[in-house]
Design a protein around this ligand. Structure first.
Ligand code: DAV
Length: 375
């Protein structure tokens, strides 16, 4: 039997096929309540002013170039690259649902919405209203993979009614940006309070990382416990889905916080270390080594993310990693641990919130389903 086209079990087996997102029709999201933990406070005025309109052209042109640079670099390394079809709806057109009105955002960060586990593509419901219809941009591509034998699952989309969001979430905690050093641990998320409630299932795919039979998921502003429980319910018993926590005042997506780079090797953001004793014990008892990369240093705009996009990298295989070309400290770090950096000029994509890992979804990695943990 020939190998399925969609087959990817971890973050590091040799990469054969990948999807890279698109900035086609990218629209400035509205500064709605749930976006206030996502967009840095110093940019709120920009989002209040331009929400629902296209981004200034020069930003988009540079961002498009960054995605195209990544495509060229991956192709040169022998990886088959797929791009989503041109977006056939207008994200700047206001959509009225039974529960809210919103415009859209983009289709650039594929990792946020598509969770690929083995031969199954799971469409995440997304937590932010501006991303509710993002799945439409991937339908042709997923249909093609489905016809080739992949399984296609949609998580419950939910209503995104106002009950899904905590409107009393303290504004001072919204300003505590993820990944920045904090002294005070008495902030909402440490007490189990997030911008999303448990009113209905919600998650972004980027709050999950895959290590064969073990998958690690964080409760974040965009992924609630019901979302993690839903993923667990469909992947069990073949896979184990573990909850993992970090010292992060504003968690959104796990892939610039805790990113496996090979069998027994995980990158851990030193500004938001793991605080789950059981998970630390699991990694330790299974012989895993935790690596702390240096901070990001590329000169770029960061509207919706921390500078830790530097560690949001893509493994081509356990020996080669795709890194932003100006992340010099990160490049040096990888060389030191024996992994060859493949450089790409990508920093102009950072302002849209994502790094190299975010902008991609690995469709096929050569390798089998294995267990890397003693549990
Ligand atoms: O560090 O701000 C970035 C991941 C976005 N997909 C951060 C998280």
């Amino acid at each position: 039997m020939s190998k399925p086209i969609v087959s990817s079990f971890n973050e590091w087996d040799p990469l054969e096929e990948v999807i890279i997102g698109t900035l086609d029709k990218v629209t400035v999201p509205f500064l709605s309540h749930e976006m206030k933990v996502f967009i840095r406070k110093e940019y709120w005025d920009f989002y209040k002013k331009y929400g629902g309109q296209p981004y200034p052209k020069e930003f988009v042109e540079k961002g498009v170039k960054a995605l195209n640079n990544l495509e060229k670099v991956l192709e040169a390394e022998g990886v088959k690259v797929r791009r989503p079809e041109p977006v056939r709806f207008d994200p700047d057109k206001r959509v009225t649902t039974p529960h809210y009105e919103s415009t859209g955002f983009f289709n650039a960060d594929v990792r946020d919405i598509l969770l690929i586990v083995g031969d199954t593509i799971i469409e995440a419901p997304m937590a932010q209203r501006c991303r509710a219809f993002e799945y439409l941009g991937y339908q042709d591509l997923i249909l093609e993979y489905f016809k080739s034998g992949a399984k296609w699952l949609c998580a419950p989309k939910g209503s995104k009614s106002s009950e899904l969001y905590d409107y009393e979430y303290p504004e001072e905690d919204m300003a505590l940006f993820r990944g920045e050093p904090i002294s005070d641990t008495n902030v909402s998320v440490f007490n189990g309070r997030f911008i999303t409630t448990e009113h209905e299932i919600c998650f972004d795919a980027a709050d999950f990382v895959r290590c064969g039979r073990d998958i690690f998921a964080q409760r974040s502003h965009v992924t609630n416990q019901l979302g993690i429980d839903w993923v667990r319910s469909i992947l069990e018993p073949t896979y184990k889905v573990h909850n993992i926590k970090f010292r992060d005042p504003s968690p959104v997506h796990i892939d610039a916080t805790w990113l496996p780079i090979g069998e027994g090797k995980v990158l851990s953001c030193p500004d938001r270390v793991c605080i789950s004793e059981d998970m630390l014990a699991l990694f330790k008892n299974s012989g895993w080594e935790i690596f702390y990369p240096p901070p990001g240093e590329a000169k770029a705009e960061f509207h919706m993310s921390s500078r830790w996009l530097s560690m949001n990298i893509l493994m081509l295989d356990p020996e080669r990693v795709v890194v932003e070309k100006d992340e010099l400290a990160t490049i040096k770090f990888f060389k030191k641990i024996g992994i060859k950096p493949i450089l790409v000029d990508f920093k102009d994509h950072y302002m849209f919130g994502g790094g190299i890992h975010c902008a991609t979804a690995d469709v096929r990695r050569r390798g089998e389903l294995k267990s890397y943990f003693n549990n």
